[in-house]
Design a protein around this ligand. Sequence first.
Ligand code: GAR
Length: 189
Amino acid sequence: MMKNIAVFASGFGSNFEAIIEAANNGTLHANIALLVVDKPACYAVERAHNHNIPVFAFNPKDYDSKEAYEKEIVKQLQAYQIDLVALAGYMRLVGSVLLENYAHRIINIHPALLPSFPGTHSIEKAYNHGVKVFGITIHYVDAGMDTGPIIDQESFKKKEGESVEEVETRIHQLEHQLYPKVLERILNH
Ligand code: GAR
């Protein structure tokens, strides 16, 4: 039986697209069963529509608490029989309701070599810090910000004179390659 993945996003959704692509070309044996977004107008939603993937879009402001909207998310995940949650640019801390219901089944991708540069604007922060080796991290999600056990990392050395935009492009390419591979490993090995 193919496992069901839910992807959570807040923005552009290029990692979501890479995961869909891997499922379509057979390198990832899984159904991309649901997209969850906390920003109903984000571009990831359009990608889901293009691929006929159901979307659960919510606005956190419509709920009294994180617990309240996460209960709603859990209902959706159960309805779609989700086996694994893949955060892909979901810019929100995961709370206790999701963590308790999907323990060890939520993973995240981060555009830095954790534990360095957690949070937002990580690539820019690392670049401005003058790091020579850039990279990405895929890890299990816990209650912290980009903490949790590391599953895999990839890195590369900055080229002489490389701009932050060029570094960013390479980071995203690396993310798009590694995320589907790690999902396949977790689900099917
Ligand atoms: C990705 O680079 C991801 O690693 C990062 O957001 C971007 C989303 O891009 N996540 C974080 O910074 C988490 N702290 P995408 O929407 O095009 O996939």
